[in-house]
Design a binder for this molecule. Structure first.
Ligand code: NAD
Ligand code: ZN
Length: 349
């Protein structure tokens, strides 16, 4: 079968033939409907070096944001998993035997350092292929929802959902302000989630004008990325600052802009993995600001994200690519030419 393979560090992936996988005990074989191209994949094949935090050993099939139809059940899988039905895949895979995994928070597995991979498509073969194998307990049923449009929920939906859910106490009540920086795959869904779950005024920013236009269509007030950006954001809050900021880029200028836009006692969440740092001392930040970072989300939260999708509260903006054009999806993502989320469709329905 054909697959997009990350062959080696600092090397653009290739579209190549690999053997069709077989589901092991407790796993299913999934015929992939959609696999989203996440910006993190660019770090995987462009930035990370062996041994660096986040680096996963090549070669493996990319794609950690997947949905598809169950084709076959491996040994021991419950018949409650329906062959032929559409499911979304929870990507992270922990040890299943620690306190975090016991709660479905496999992203924060206490034994992650000693595991062979982080997730499907991150160390283990992912969904940029005609077929993939998935632990059956990582399947979230989609019912009659379109699995291609739903694929981004697995990461571009779940990651902002978790970050925002943790920040909800900061946005409760009237007169609150939220800030979203970076309006690509994650950020645009982040704006939708903020609008659905909070009454906060949502301020959003991106260097790209059409990304800002998309956020405006979702009900955000936008600001450009110029020198006076923080001043403009603070002015929109009447000088108060934002109660919760979400940096979906994580570069030095965006982390600084997020921190400088905070209200006293607000929560600033770094989601983007660009690795920008920020000075934090008694004198550099508004009093009682909380700086934090979040990674992906739990399987229970993914069920909640699917409910929001079915209710029309999350509407991923998807650009579809046939398998032949899978590498073009990554080329466009790197060039900043994707609007919303690029989804590769290895099996037309
Ligand atoms: P994307 O490429 O779809 O979108 C990024 C957006 O940020 C683009 O619209 C781009 O124009 C904008 N941008 C870039 N530099 C900017 C700047 N200086 N100021 C304002 N806007 C800027 O990326 P994505 O797939 O949405 O991923 C976003 C980030 O989140 C990446 O760093 C990715 O690796 C990371 N990520 C983190 C997690 C996590 O669990 N923490 C999960 C998935 C992705
Ligand atoms: Zn664990």
């Amino acid at each position: 079968m054909r697959a997009v393979v990350f062959e080696d560090y600092k090397q653009f992936p290739s579209l190549t033939e690999v053997p069709k996988p077989e589901p092991g005990p407790g796993e299913v074989l999934l015929r992939v409907a959609g696999a989203g191209a996440c910006h993190s994949d660019i770090s995987v094949y462009r930035v990370f070096e062996e041994g660096q935090p986040g680096a996963q050993k090549p070669p493996f099939v990319l794609g950690h944001e997947n949905a598809g139809w169950v084709e076959a059940l491996g040994p021991g899988v419950s018949e409650r998993v329906e062959v032929g039905a559409a499911y979304l895949v929870y990507g992270p895979i922990g040890c299943w035997h620690c306190r975090q995994c016991a709660q479905g928070v496999e992203t924060y597995c206490e034994n992650a350092a000693s595991l062979p991979y982080l997730a499907v498509g991150l160390g283990r073969d992912g969904g940029m292929a005609e077929y993939m194998t998935v632990p059956a307990r990582h399947l979230v049923p989609l019912g009659d929802a379109d699995p291609v449009a739903a694929a981004p929920l697995a990461d571009a939906g779940l990651t902002p959902y978790h970050a925002i859910k943790e920040a909800l106490p900061y946005l409760a009540g009237g007169g609150r302000y939220a800030l979203a920086i970076g309006l690509g795959g994650l950020g645009l869904i982040g704006v939708q989630i903020l609008r659905a779950l909070t009454g906060a005024t949502v301020i959003a920013t991106d260097v790209k004008e059409d990304a800002r236009a998309r956020a405006e269509a979702e009900g955000a007030i936008t600001v450009g990325a110029g020198e006076d950006q923080v001043e403009k954001i603070r002015a929109l809050t009447g000088g108060h600052g934002v109660d919760a900021a979400f940096d979906f880029v994580g570069a030095a200028p965006t982390v600084s802009a997020a921190a400088a836009s905070m209200a006293q006692g607000g929560r600033c969440t770094i989601v983007g993995i660009a690795g920008g740092t920020h000075e934090f001392s008694f004198f550099t930040n508004p009093y009682e600001t909380h700086m934090t970072n979040t990674y992906w989300g739990s399987v229970a939260e993914l069920w909640e994200v699917v409910e929001m999708y079915k209710a029309g509260q999350i509407r991923p903006d998807v650009e579809r690519f046939a398998m032949d054009d899978a590498l073009e999806a990554y080329r466009k993502l790197e060039a900043g030419e994707v609007n919303g989320r690029a989804v590769v469709t290895p099996n037309p329905s």
